[in-house]
Write a protein that binds this ligand. Structure first.
Ligand SMILES: *Cc1c(COP(=O)(O)O)cnc(C)c1O
Length: 377
C-alpha cells in the first residue's frame, strides 16, 4: 500500500478516476522491455496472467480466462456477442450508462433483447427479476452491471444471480469496476456458486491496477464450449480466442505485450498486498476517508450509503451555478484528476478511490478540494 505521494512531475498527477487510474511506479516500470508475441516469454506471461486471474476467482477448475485486447467495453461486446446464440434473447438490466451501453451493443448486433430499467439511484430488485423471467420465457440470457460506475451504485449481484439460476437462464456480468475490489467466493458479493455466473468481464485498468489495453472474460467452460459460431464479430469471437489460446497459448492477433507485462506486475503486487480482501479493505478505508472529508466540506453523495460502493462516489453539485470545469481545472493545477458526472437525472461529479492510492493521497486530495472551496466555487 502506498504511504507517500508519488513525485509530481509535469503531467504526473494522481488519478481519482475509475480507470485509467493511478498505477504504481513498478507497474509502469514493467513495460520497459520488448517481448516477441510468438516467444516463450509471451506464452508464459499469458499463462501466468490467466492462472492468477482464475486464482482470484476462487481457483475454480470449471472456469477459463479468455483475454481480449481493447478496453473494458471490447470485453463486454465480445461476451454478449459470443454468449447469446442467434436464436437467444438477452435481458439487459439497466440502472446506469454501462447497462445502457450493453443494450446499445445488443441493438447494434441485431440481437433479440429486452431492457429492464430501474432508476439510476436504485439497485435492481431480484424478486422483480424473478417475476420478469417467469413471465417472458423467451429470455435465454441475463446481463447486469455489478458496480454501476455511472453513479457508484452496487447491484446485489449474488441475489440477482440466484434469481437467474432458479429460472435456469445464463448469467452475464460486467464486473469491470468491482472485480478485485470485492471479495469473491461462496456467500461473497461475487459468487460463482450462487449465480452461477456464466461469464464475467474484468478489465486490466481498474481494481487490479494495471494499465489500459486488455479485457478478460472469466467464463464457465461448460458455457463457452457451446458458443461455436455464435459471434456476430470476427475479431471479438471469444469462442475462437478460447480455442486458439487453448491450443497454442497465444492471442489470435497482436497481443498488447506491454499492457500484459504491466498487468502481471499488478497481479503480483495485488498478491503481495494480501489479495482481494486486503485490497478491498484499503479501498473501503479510502472511501470512508474521502466521504467523511467531502461531507465535512459540504458535499452530498447521490447514492444512499446502503447501496454505495467503495469504488467510486457521485457527489451532487453543491449549488446550481457550480462550474464543474473550473473546479476540475483548479484541482488539475494542484495535481489531482477527478471525474465528470454521468448520471442523467441530476448534476453530479465523481471521485473514484481505487488505484495505487491510500490514506495520504486521499487526504492530499481533500486538502486540495478544501483550498479550492475556500477560494470560492
Ligand atoms: C470502465 C467500465 C467499463 C468499460 O469502459 P471502457 O471505457 O471501455 O474501459 C464497463 N463497465 C463498467 C462498469 C466500467 O466501470
Amino acid at each position: 500500500m502506498p504511504t507517500t505521494r508519488p513525485e509530481n512531475r509535469t503531467g504526473d498527477r494522481l488519478l481519482f478516476t475509475p480507470g485509467p487510474l493511478t498505477t504504481s511506479p513498478t507497474v509502469r516500470e514493467a513495460m520497459r522491455v520488448d517481448i516477441g508475441s510468438w516467444d516463450r516469454d509471451c506464452i508464459d506471461l499469458v499463462a501466468d496472467i490467466r492462472s492468477r486471474l482464475l486464482q482470484l476467482a476462487g481457483g475454480r477448475d470449471d472456469l477459463t480466462c479468455i483475454p481480449i485486447p481493447g478496453s473494458g467495453t471490447t470485453g463486454v461486446e465480445a461476451m454478449l456477442g459470443t454468449a447469446v446464440p442467434r436464436d437467444g434473447k438477452l435481458l439487459v438490466l439497466i440502472n446506469g450508462a454501462y447497462g445502457r451501453r450493453m443494450a446499445l451493443m445488443a441493438d447494434r448486433m441485431g440481437m433479440a433483447h429486452r431492457c429492464h430499467v430501474d432508476p439510476e439511484n436504485q439497485p435492481h430488485d431480484p424478486a422483480e427479476l424473478a417475476r420478469l423471467l417467469e413471465e417472458d420465457r423467451s429470455i435465454s440470457h441475463v446481463a447486469v452491471v455489478h458496480c454501476e460506475t455511472t453513479s457508484g451504485l452496487l447491484n446485489p449481484l449474488r441475489e440477482i444471480g440466484l434469481a437467474v439460476a432458479r429460472s435456469g437462464r445464463r448469467f452475464l456480468v460486467d464486473a469491470i469496476s468491482s472485480f478485485g475490489a470485492y471479495a469473491v467466493g461462496a456467500g461473497q458479493p461475487i459468487d460463482f456458486d450462487a449465480g452461477p455466473i456464466d461469464y464475467l468481464v474484468v478489465s486490466a485498468n481498474k481494481a487490479i491496477e494495471g494499465v489500459p489495453g486488455c479485457a478478460f472474460v472469466l467464463a464457465r467452460i461448460e458455457a463457452i464450449r457451446r458458443c461455436e459460431g455464435n459471434s456476430r464479430s470476427f475479431s471479438l469471437d471469444l469462442y475462437d480466442q478460447w480455442q486458439h489460446m487453448h491450443e497454442s497459448g497465444l492471442f489470435r492477433y497482436t497481443p498488447p505485450t506491454h499492457v500484459l507485462l504491466a498487468f502481471r506486475q499488478a497481479l503480483v503486487e495485488m498478491q503481495e498486498e494480501g489479495g482481494i480482501e486486503s485490497r478491498a479493505a484499503r479501498y473501503r478505508e479510502n472511501h470512508r476517508l474521502l466521504n467523511e472529508g467531502m461531507r465535512r466540506l459540504g458535499f452530498r453523495e447521490y447514492i444512499r450509503p446502503e447501496h454505495q460502493s467503495h469504488v467510486i462516489t457521485a457527489y451532487h453539485h453543491p449549488h446550481k451555478d457550480f462550474d464543474f470545469r473550473r473546479f476540475y481545472d483548479r484541482l488539475h493545477a494542484k495535481g489531482y484528476i477527478i471525474y465528470p458526472g454521468k448520471v442523467t437525472e441530476v448534476d453530479t461529479f465523481r471521485i473514484a478511490n481505487i488505484g495505487h492510492v491510500g490514506p495520504d493521497e486521499v487526504r492530499g486530495l481533500l486538502a486540495a478540494i478544501e483550498e479550492v472551496v475556500a477560494e470560492g466555487i
